[in-house]
Ligand binder design. Sequence first.
Ligand SMILES: Nc1nc2c(ncn2[C@@H]2O[C@H](COP(=O)(O)OP(=O)(O)O)[C@@H](O)[C@H]2O)c(=O)[nH]1
Ligand SMILES: [Mg+2]
Ligand SMILES: [Zn+2]
Length: 313
Amino acid sequence: MRIKKTGKVVKGLGGLFETRVIGQDGEVCRYACRAKGILHRGDAKVLVGDNVLLSIDESLPDDIVLSEILPRGNALIRPPMANLDILCMVVASAKPAPVLETVDKLLAIAEHHGIEPVLIFTKTDIDPENAERLASLYRGAGFTVFAVSSHLGEGVDAVRAYLLENLKDGKTAAFAGASGVGKSTLVNRIFPHLALATAEISEKIERGKHTTRHVELFEIGEGSAAGFLADTPGFSLLDFERFDFFSLADLESTFRDFAPYLGGCRYSDCAHIGEGAAECAVARAAEEGKLSPSRLASYRSIYRVLKNKNEYK
Ligand SMILES: Nc1nc2c(ncn2[C@@H]2O[C@H](COP(=O)(O)OP(=O)(O)O)[C@@H](O)[C@H]2O)c(=O)[nH]1
Ligand SMILES: [Mg+2]
Ligand SMILES: [Zn+2]
């Protein structure tokens, strides 16, 4: 006899998925299992964060098959995860220098998927002025923003408090951002018991600098009240070229700071791409200092990418 259990995928490595199952007694079990053949390809691929059905042979308790993915709230290509509630965009104030267009792209993708974006500016010890400038830019745009130095320990408590408050009852957050910005260092600083590998440790064991190689969900809290936090491998700029973007018409709604000005343009189909301040309320807001020029520049750049993509389809 085979029985079914529901679980959550917390890790996937080499075709083997680690799933977390809460038993009737409330006890948490973890099973390593393989997925049914059709769940290895394309959109049907199993992602970390997926809620799944496991089929277990009662007479052969080691024979566990991941047989079905339950409906997803959302799914991202980078980081490859499903059912995210919060995306913590980790950005170094320096080393590596921040690329705001990349930041804004990821923010737009999160907004489009209904994932709450949070910004964490790291390495404030290296360039405190730039950290302050970036923090105020994104606070002004309506985001939740943290500025931290993992080395000095500054600002870390506020991030921990935010995560503990918001990661409950299965809620899931991921740390995402370029390689080397300090994601793993910060996760370790917040939750030392996780003891994640960081670049410094890996230099000693000579494994190169991209130490976080796979996505893994870590449990924050206990049992069914627990939430999850994922550290993810950093992505290179190249990965963005392969991003599956949404439609052009949906773009403006993914810039939350544009909202007060949408509908105020002279022409109702204004795309806010080159129109002057006399016609375009978004351009006017940027000119008057109500909207960050870098946000408008990012919007226009993503607009061009999406437009080209649509034309060559
Ligand atoms: N100065 C400074 N360096 C940091 C800070 N946080 C991390 N780093 C360093 O940045 C490098 C990359 O860190 P790591 O956590 O592996 O980055 P990840 O690729 O984003 O996970 C390491 O050498 C860290 O010691 C910080 O707050 N200040
Ligand atoms: Mg890392
Ligand atoms: Zn406009």
